[in-house]
Design a protein around this ligand. Sequence first.
Ligand SMILES: Nc1nc2c(c(=O)[nH]1)N[C@H]1C(S)=C(S)[C@@H](COP(=O)(O)O)O[C@H]1N2
Ligand SMILES: [Mo]
Length: 444
Amino acid sequence: MDIKETQNAPVSSQSEVELSSRREFFKKSAALSVTAIAGTSLAATNALAEEKGDPNIVEEVPWGVKLGDPVTKNRYGKPSPYEHNVVRRNSQLLASGNWYASIAMCPIQDMYGIITPNGLFFNRDHGGVAHVDPNRYRLMIHGLVEKPIVLTLDQLKRYPSVSRIHFIECPANGGPEWRGPQFNSIQFAKGMMSCSEWTGVYIKDILKDLGLKPEAKWMLAEGSDNSEMGRTVPIDKVLDDAMLVYGQNGEALRPEQGYPVRLLLPGWEGNLCVKWVKRLEFSSEPFFAKEETAKYTCLKPSGKAIQHFYPLEVNSIITSPCPEKPWTDLKDGEWVEIEGLAWSGQGTIEGVDISFDGGKNWQEASLKGLVLPKAWTRFSFMHKYKKGERLLLSSRAYDDAGRIQPTVKHERSVMGVESVYHRNAIATWEVTAEGKVNNVQVIS
Ligand SMILES: Nc1nc2c(c(=O)[nH]1)N[C@H]1C(S)=C(S)[C@@H](COP(=O)(O)O)O[C@H]1N2
Ligand SMILES: [Mo]
């Protein structure tokens, strides 16, 4: 067969020359490893592998000597079976006694960049995942508008579309840990969030068509699932950047995210982003005043509660290392990249600081890739690992709204520990002398 012959063909003299000079380079950089930076210390490891005759280089690998799958095999592609551990996970501790009114956490320790693959987007439902027939999908927009309307999916898609990258976070993310760490896991401690590119229509654009009456101050959004999830949104947010989205990372929304249409309120509490949305009603009074809908409140030590607090605060977490991604394999003196995610529902991330001593001293990390408003922002810091050293590793993000993450002590002094929602205090990992990583809280 042609393919096999080509693969077994002898290498040309040209590539032999290239190979040997590469080997020379690896040897040289191994010798120079005293002054190693990340790249050259990796090169030193490579030179060793070549000298010892790594079988994965010198021997034939099974997938190289036979034909692969035909292109007709995977009509919808799946990750490599070797990635089978990268999945959403659920915990009895976070379930309301069943797996329908429940939550599955995103494996943020395994994400690259700032986009969550659709199959890994965190999933929170109050009555299970609804499976909506798009042909029978209807969206009613009524109340204080001149021209009330019922739209089919096709009609909704006829409005001019926009694509925006935004995170969605449940305000209860990190909520079980007000009194102290509960999960030695980043996925369970911080995985109630994900970030996608969303495609849909600005509600303000639809309202230009329908004519919003000036008395309209609130918008009720209702889902067509059995929980309905009625939520009321102030009109300013609706007219700012609220969207009805049907696209997620280049394809239709997944059923778990509200197929075929969900409400997206960039940067605001995830629970307001009503999925499988069937109705928007505009009114002069907030609907929760009539006890038709619920909202989350934050109980303060004074016994008073913050009633209206919709945007999510500036926040960050180090994703590598973390309890799932320890430093146990690192050698003394090796360079390692500390990475993490920062986000703010109130604006754009301006910077992130890293501390190795639980917040006494701080150094500035760099932001990498896209830095967008109300979106995950990836940060990075190169660190020379010292074997046997115990670290208290923290990150502290600040945004262009002038907000910075509080210390745990400061957050507790203002909010106490009785609240569930909106925890954004500085998070800390303990890196032990052996390189294991533990979820801890620095209270002082
Ligand atoms: N219709 C409907 N919308 C809903 C919910 C629901 O149960 N039903 N859950 C809400 C909550 S509490 C959150 S945090 C987000 C979760 O969105 P996701 O499942 O796409 O991550 O959806 C919100 N919208
Ligand atoms: Mo939520």
